[in-house]
Each structure stands twice: as C-alpha cells, then as structure tokens.
Write a protein that binds this ligand. Structure first.
Ligand code: SAM
Length: 282
C-alpha cells in the first residue's frame, strides 16, 4: 500500500522532531526529503501515514527507532582526502608546529577531532597523513597522535569502526599507492591496516550536546555538517569548539561553510588554495 503524501502539518511535526534529535533544520522545500527517506521505515512499522509514524516515533521509548530515523535523515556522503587542501594544510602547516612541540618535549600527545566523521574516511585520511609525516620525520611516532571520530549516525559509526570498504568506496579519493600501503584485501573488501585503525577511535556524539566531555583538541575538522544546522546551533558549536581548542589550536571547515557572522573566536588563514582557522586567545 502506497502511503499518503505528507501533509503540511505532518511535515512540521516530523521536521521539529528531527531538529530536536539531531539539529538538522529542514526548510519547507525539504518536505520531500522526509517523505522519501522515512517511507521505508513507515512501511516497516506498519504505519499508513506520516501522522501515525510521527506518533509512534515520538512516544517510542526505545532508542532503536530514533536511531533508524536519524540514520535515514543524515547524509553520510564523504570521501578520502576530501577537497585535498585540508590534508595539505595539516601536513605543511599544522603538523610541523605540533611536531616541534613534541620533539622539544613540551607536549606528549596531539589530539585531533573529526567531528562528523561519517563512515571514517576523514579520520582515516588524517591518520594516513600523520603516518606519512612520521615516516618522513623519524623523530616522531604515530602513538604521539590520537584521532577521535564522532558522529550521530549509528550505521556510519559501525562502518567507521570496522574500517572495511568495498572497491567503489575506496576508489573515491584514494589513490592506488595509498590503498596498497594502508589497506589489505580480504576477499572483495579492503580493510585498513592496524597502523591506520589504531590511530583513530570512534564514538557516538550529538553535536547539539555540550562538547566539554570530549576533552581538549589541537585540531578540529568539522566539515560538511554545519550546512544542515540552524544559525543558533552553528554559533553554539563554533563557540564550544573555541573552548575545546588548545591555545592557538586550529579548526578546519569546508569551503561551503563559513564563520562569517557566526563566530569571531577565530582568525582565517589560507594555504594550498584552502582556508583554515586559528583560535584567537580568549
Ligand atoms: C556529509 S557527512 C560529512 C562527513 C565528513 N566530515 C566529510 O567532510 O566528508 C555529515 C555527517 O554529519 C553527521 N551529523 C549530522 N548531524 C549530526 C549531529 N547533530 N551530531 C553529530 N553528527 C551529525 C551525519 O551523520 C553525517 O555522517
């Protein structure tokens, strides 16, 4: 049985529920997204219309349906070394300064956060950049670096933790040389080698929640996620990150995101055709 098209009121109810759960703010023109992405779940749960699905979702005490809805509504699009320049910035600008601190014994550990890590490509691209950097700079050891990947989507986190990718996923941004160096085949799947996996841990985290429990970071990657959020949530998150960043820590966002009018806690820098942001002293 085909479900009825979503009504304006059902859209408003589900939109508000989704924004409350994961911060994703959907304008009226996105009614089709709710309609298409939730249709399968609605059928699975025997609901004939979006109103009854909303009632089920809002009163269901188990996190399972909520997780499924969050999974359906989040866009997990990602690729290896996405946009290129963030990893050039990491290699040419950020790691050299941090490495000096490590070698001088002023620092013992460098922490990097991939704040919307999706299926792991961003965190593991950071890991590969660090491994390459350590290889080129023998005074450094990979175990001096720690990458935390967080995401709200349980299925994305599952894939990230397993670090198993099919040929098609691997081909999106990863050259053959890096693939052969950092992955090994298991049947038709490519699995990240231990040296890559060991650098990154993943945990479920909702960017709407207070950031303090995550601890301090030297570098934060928060890319292609604020585009889904309201202005007040963006302001809250960028202010929170400024508090988490070590003095002169750095934030990397994507070219389609901007801090203009959202946060004045950072100064903008550029390298390799891309921007990055240094946290100003508070
Ligand atoms: C388009 S992906 C970006 C992945 C990666 N940062 C990149 O640039 O390739 C956006 C990710 O943000 C996650 N996300 C959306 N809302 C979130 C929230 N409130 N808290 C944490 N993660 C969220 C989604 O689950 C999704 O995996």
């Amino acid at each position: 049985m085909m479900p009825e098209a979503i009504t304006a009121n059902e859209f408003k109810l589900l939109r508000d529920l989704i924004e409350k759960w994961c911060g994703i703010a959907l304008g009226n023109e996105k009614a089709y997204l709710i309609e298409t992405r939730l249709m399968g779940l609605m059928a699975e749960h025997g609901c004939a219309d979006y109103g009854s699905f909303y009632r089920l979702a809002s009163r269901d005490a188990s996190p399972l349906l909520r997780d499924k809805i969050v999974d359906a509504m989040t866009t997990n699009e990602t690729l290896w070394f996405r946009d290129g320049h963030p990893f050039e910035i990491l290699k040419d600008k950020l790691l050299p300064d941090l490495a000096r601190e490590l070698v001088a014994g002023n620092r013992f550990r460098i922490r990097i956060w991939s704040g919307a890590s999706s299926t792991g490509q961003e965190a593991y691209s950071i890991a590969m950049t660090i491994l390459e950097y350590c290889r080129a700079n023998p005074g450094l050891r990979p175990d001096q670096f720690e990458i935390l990947g967080t995401d709200i989507s349980p299925s994305a986190l599952f894939l990230a933790r397993n670090a198993r990718y099919d040929e098609a996923a691997l081909a999106r941004g990863l050259g053959v040389e890096r693939r052969n160096r950092f992955f090994h085949p298991e049947g038709r799947v490519w699995v990240a080698n231990d040296e890559v996996k060991q650098l990154a841990t993943f945990r479920k985290f909702n960017l709407q929640d207070p950031l303090e429990p995550l601890g301090h970071f030297d570098i934060v990657f928060l890319r292609y996620v604020s585009i889904y959020f309201s202005e007040p949530l963006k302001q809250q998150i960028y202010a929170g990150i400024a508090n988490l960043l070590a003095p002169s820590g750095h934030l990397i966002i994507s070219a389609v995101e901007s801090l203009r009018g959202i946060s004045d806690a950072y100064t903008q820098l550029s390298h390799a055709g891309g921007s990055y942001y240094r946290c100003l002293p508070s």
